[in-house]
Design a protein around this ligand. Structure first.
Ligand code: ZN
Length: 223
């Protein structure tokens, strides 16, 4: 019962944020920017406006699977973003271009997030089994190790927030100044990014609540 008290709010927020993101994306995927640019062209123009020419822009697979790969210095845009001349597509593409600009300008939190990826993968898989083992075997050290592993997951979801917000802020500013959208179109393209940011807030809230739940298990163990 108490498990759901901790997990349900984050879960509901995640579902809501995802629904709003998809609805907003679909709404503005039917609206063409006056510039007529596709997502791929928009990303290229935004990067060029900042003197960045060494970032590859590729067509990836899957709905809203868009991301920037820092190690390959490559933007992978989903087909619906890469090829589509819509406010949604240019919004998402410019956000991803914002991540490429973060790398080019040596934006600290991006490097920190990349460094946390391996620990986070380990943490999200091992934390609960280790915590459980600590409880069953009555080993407080093991229990604390599990908490520490999950704290890395929480740290990752928190450092993601400034990274995502900053990429969106760069996109909002540069999509107008580089002529990708007009100032009148900008709020519509930006609304997709604002909704997408809520999904990152949802996962941060989820991870914090899950950590709190694990900590209550520790309290129960010592009773
Ligand atoms: Zn992003």
């Amino acid at each position: 019962m108490s498990y759901w008290i901790f997990v349900l709010p984050g879960l509901l927020l995640a579902v809501l944020a995802s629904l709003v993101t998809q609805t907003t994306f679909r709404r503005y995927s039917r609206v063409r920017p006056a510039s007529g640019l596709t997502g791929a062209e928009a990303a290229e123009r935004m990067l060029q406006s900042q003197g960045i020419v060494n970032v590859r822009i590729e067509r990836g697979r899957g709905f809203l699977s868009d991301h920037f790969d820092p190690s390959a210095n490559t933007l992978r845009l989903s087909p619906g973003v890469h090829d589509s001349p819509s406010l949604s597509a240019v919004g998402v593409a410019c956000h991803e271009a914002g991540h490429a600009l973060q790398k080019a300008s040596g934006y600290g939190p991006l490097g920190l997030r990349s460094a946390l990826v391996p620990v986070t993968q380990l943490g999200s898989q091992l934390a609960f089994p280790v915590i459980l083992a600590g409880m069953v075997l009555h080993r407080p050290g093991l229990f604390q190790l599990g908490i520490l592993l999950f704290a890395a997951v929480v740290a990752f979801t928190l450092i993601t927030l400034p990274v995502e917000w900053n990429a969106t802020a760069r996109a909002k500013r540069l999509m107008v100044s580089s002529g990708i959208v007009t100032p009148q179109e900008q709020p519509h393209a930006a609304s997709v990014l604002n909704a997408a940011f809520m999904t990152y807030v949802a996962s941060a809230v989820s991870s914090i609540l899950t950590l709190l739940y694990y900590l209550t298990l520790g309290g129960r163990r010592s009773d």
